[in-house]
Design a binder for this molecule. Structure first.
Ligand code: HAM
Length: 422
């Protein structure tokens, strides 16, 4: 083979596409019933949008963006995440005037130059949701509750919802001083990245997977102990409303998240079944982001789910997802002379909206039946000389094996009656 898919990218073949479509359909139905509307933003944006919003010192901006110059020398970046583009779209299209608060959801591919491994790709898909324009903790609870409800609706049970608060810019200033002091004491033990983070943004060190850094950070002061009264009150509200909504969660004081735009509430859904890449979904509140992008002070909160990880989780939990949908009817015919007749029936039935297929490769009748079986056909219509003589065809119910001779003029009517939705 001359060409291969680029490292870290994958083809989504039909079987997996059906599963992806299934999880998207469940999400679409749930999100729309809670008042969220769909949105899609372009695959690439001005690089500056991501640098400013995600944060100059974050791993994504430092190491993971697919950035390139277009033919006029403008710096563009393939979308590494959805929140910043949605905020840009919200401001540019004045979505606030259309609906305030603005509740949106999306299914979009994302691109990050990370080291590929199980559950971590360079092109991956997210199911995400954002609310712009609500500051209170009740919406935080709604957003976390819809995330948990979604996993429950899919039939998942082995996951944990973790929530935390990382305070606002005010309370983080005094905490950052304390954290720097702690990191300085063990500076030599930190990896090069964390030594850089120490100067630029010490909270990022919590994202580090290096064992030595982890042991330094395990003993580090926690943001939760430096939260200002207002942020504390907000967090108490989030927990109260989460309990009220019946959402199970744990508080994880180490949950800081890898984006600079977050403040106050952060959360993550993790699974013990997924190995190193255990986060199936994650999000948080990003109140400063909209003003940072040039809008007026507008609060925001949202999350994104990694679709590939979600599909792995469904597999790990043995949740059956209907992948290939069954075919309504497979039309078989015996002998080339009856090809025209078989085709006529196929086209007529398809025009009625039924899912119908037939063989175009000159298989024997036995071979055609094998294909009908593989396609999981509910009914097989057999066009054969014997029935042809009496202007009829044979119809076989593949589940029960029952066969009936039906007059051709009655075929469509009869099949439409017995096939659900036909
Ligand atoms: P994130 O934590 O970077 O957040 O990504 C959300 C989810 O996307 C992760 O929990 C994971 O399931 C999946 N994911 C991330 N990177 C990869 C990868 N390389 N390969 C496969 N899956 C991956 C965000 O993207 C924020 N924009 C979420 C958000 C929305 N916050 C507020 N609103």
């Amino acid at each position: 083979m001359k060409y291969k898919a680029i490292k870290g990218t994958r083809d989504l073949l039909p079987e997996e596409m059906f599963k992806k479509r299934y999880v998207e359909n469940v999400a679409r139905k749930l999100f729309e019933s809670w008042g969220y509307l769909p949105i899609l933003t372009p695959v690439f944006e001005q690089t500056e949008l991501f640098v400013r919003s995600i944060g100059e010192t974050t791993d994504i901006v430092q190491k993971e963006m697919y950035t390139f110059l277009d033919r006029k020398g403008r710096s563009l970046t393939l979308r590494p995440e959805g929140t910043a583009p949605i905020v840009r779209a919200y401001l540019e299209n004045k979505l606030k005037d259309f609906r305030n608060p603005t509740k949106l959801y999306y299914f979009m591919p994302m691109f990050r130059y990370e080291r590929p491994q199980k559950g971590r790709l360079r092109e991956f898909h997210q199911i995400g949701l954002e609310v712009l324009g609500v500051a209170g903790p009740d919406i935080d609870a709604e957003v976390i509750a819809i995330l948990a409800t979604y996993f429950d609706m899919l039939g998942l049970s082995t996951y944990e919802v973790r929530v935390n608060t990382i305070g606002c810019r005010k309370c983080r200033a005094s905490y950052t001083r304390k954290l720097r002091k702690h990191l300085k004491e063990s500076f030599e033990r930190l990896c090069i990245d964390c030594q850089f983070r120490y100067k630029a943004n010490p909270m990022r060190a919590f994202d580090c997977k290096n064992r030595q850094c982890r042991s330094v950070l395990n003993r580090a002061p926690r943001i939760t102990d430096y939260i200002c009264d207002e942020c504390q009150k907000h967090f108490e509200g989030v927990k109260h409303f989460l309990n009220l909504s019946g959402t199970k969660f744990v508080v994880d004081k180490g949950l800081v998240r890898g984006f600079d735009y977050y403040e106050k509430t952060t959360f993550e859904v993790v699974s013990p079944l997924l190995g190193a890449q255990s986060a199936i979904g994650a999000g948080g509140r990003y109140d400063p982001l909209i003003a940072d992008c040039g809008g007026s002070e507008t609060p925001g909160i949202g999350f994104a789910i990694g679709v590939e990880r979600l599909l792995l989780q469904l597999e790990e939990e043995n949740v059956r997802v209907d992948s290939l949908p069954p075919l309504d009817i497979y039309v078989c015919f015996l002998g080339e002379d009856l090809l025209d007749e078989a085709l006529r029936i196929v086209f007529d039935l398809r025009r009625k909206g039924l899912s119908v297929d037939m063989d175009y490769t000159h298989r024997s009748l036995k071979g055609q039946f094998k294909v009908a079986d593989r396609l999981n056909a509910k009914y097989v219509v057999i066009v054969a000389p014997e029935e042809q003589e009496i202007e009829s065809v044979k119809v076989r119910n593949m589940a029960s094996g029952e066969e009936k001779i039906i007059k051709k003029e009655m075929l469509i009517k009869d099949l439409m009656e017995i096939i659900p939705g036909g």
